[in-house]
Ligand binder design. Structure first.
Ligand SMILES: NC(=O)c1ccc[n+]([C@@H]2O[C@H](COP(=O)([O-])OP(=O)(O)OC[C@H]3O[C@@H](n4cnc5c(N)ncnc54)[C@H](O)[C@@H]3O)[C@@H](O)[C@H]2O)c1
Length: 326
């Protein structure tokens, strides 16, 4: 297949682009580099453009048969403070992309959705049957796009996979690409930055949750396991399968304290921690029931928390060498 990876100069998209190529597909990347990085797309044809730029986007879409759509703003807190920015990019520009796909004859779209569409889950582990009731504007924008995909499937035969990621983490085993967010808010890179002294401390939000050690439990999924699922979903659709919405998680949760212990074990460094209060809207536990993805895609998360932390650590060390080299 010939795939346009929209947002492919970002963290998850760049890993998916490599996996697509390894599986023999042709890849083109489309990205406005707002939060992405040219070096993450190196080795690929990169069209630098915004998804709201119809002329540029349509020219790229006419050259492909499928789209993977990673482009979005993705900070929950910022979406509460500045929802306009989120509705503009994730909904308005997202719809422009979807319409351009139809107009240019693209009939397969793989979409980066999120467990945030579930809001506060009624049952753990979270299956796809959990009601979708997002509790922040970011989750609302993702749910809107999922709904648009469902309507476009029914009306226009656009086949899609909405992939609801849990906590993406880790880096490519090569050490060549990995997570680069600014600001970095995700637990594992934030803790590694604190361990190396690049950040003063790690803020630990809440130690009085109803969990065994009082800290929040999350489901960490290696970015290359996510990338594998994207390619499998696309190939599944190409074989004529129905559209789908599935969870992508490991199906196992780790508390913040457990992750910090693993980070100290792998890096050999101490993570300086400052205890802070709970963050509004943080559920005590978010763990996926990934059985639907396993059934439909014959996919399972293969990499462990050890693999996640080890690759993230390798990537961070590589990054600091890159920053120091002339
Ligand atoms: N990282 C996670 O744990 C996680 C979890 C659930 C869902 N997601 C979703 O996965 C996707 C990718 O996340 P990520 O962590 O790789 O983020 P990222 O910021 O690294 O990647 C997003 C990419 O999209 C590009 N982009 C954004 N708006 C654009 C626009 N209007 N036109 C063109 N390009 C644009 C950015 O420049 C960036 O390269 C996002 O849609 C996010 O909501 C991420």
């Amino acid at each position: 297949m010939i795939v346009l990876v929209v947002g492919g100069a970002g963290y998850i998209g760049s890993h998916a682009a490599r996996t697509l190529r390894q599986r023999g597909h042709d890849v083109m990347i489309y990205d406005n580099l707002s939060t992405g990085h040219e070096f993450l797309a190196s080795g690929f044809e990169l069209v630098r453009g915004d998804i709201a730029d119809l002329v540029k986007l349509s020219a790229a879409l006419r050259r492909v048969d499928s789209v993977m759509h990673f482009a979005a703003h993705a900070y929950v807190g910022e979406s509460v403070e500045n929802p306009r920015k989120y509705f503009r990019n994730n909904v308005e520009s997202g719809l422009a992309l979807l319409n351009a796909c139809l107009d240019c004859g693209v009939r397969r779209v793989i979409f980066s959705s999120t467990c945030a569409v579930y809001g506060i889950p009624v049952k753990i582990p979270i299956s796809e049957k959990n009601p979708r009731q997002p509790v922040n504007p970011y989750g609302v924008t993702k749910l809107f796009f999922e709904n648009a995909l469902e309507a476009y499937d029914r009306a226009y035969g656009l086949r899609f996979a909405s992939l609801r990621y849990f906590n993406a983490a880790g880096a490519d085993e090569s050490g060549e690409i990995g997570e680069v967010h600014d600001p970095e808010t995700h637990l594992i890179p934030s803790a590694l930055l604190a361990a190396t002294g690049a950040r003063r401390e790690l803020e630990l939000f809440g130690t009085d949750y109803p969990t065994p050690d009082g800290t929040c439990i999350r489901d960490y999924i290696h970015v290359n396991d996510l990338a594998d699922a994207h390619v499998l979903a696309l190939e599944h659709l190409a074989r004529g399968a129905d559209s789908m919405a599935v969870n992508l998680g490991a199906g196992r949760g780790y508390s913040v304290k457990e992750v910090l212990t693993k980070i100290e074990e792998v890096s050999g460094l101490k993570v300086p921690v400052r205890l802070a209060g709970r963050r509004a809207g943080d559920p005590p536990a978010l763990v996926a029931d990934p059985s639907l993805a396993e059934k439909l895609l014959r996919w399972k998360a293969m990499r462990t928390l050890d693999d996640i932390v080890a690759t993230a650590w390798k990537w961070m060390q590589r990054q600091s060498t890159r920053a120091l080299s002339p």
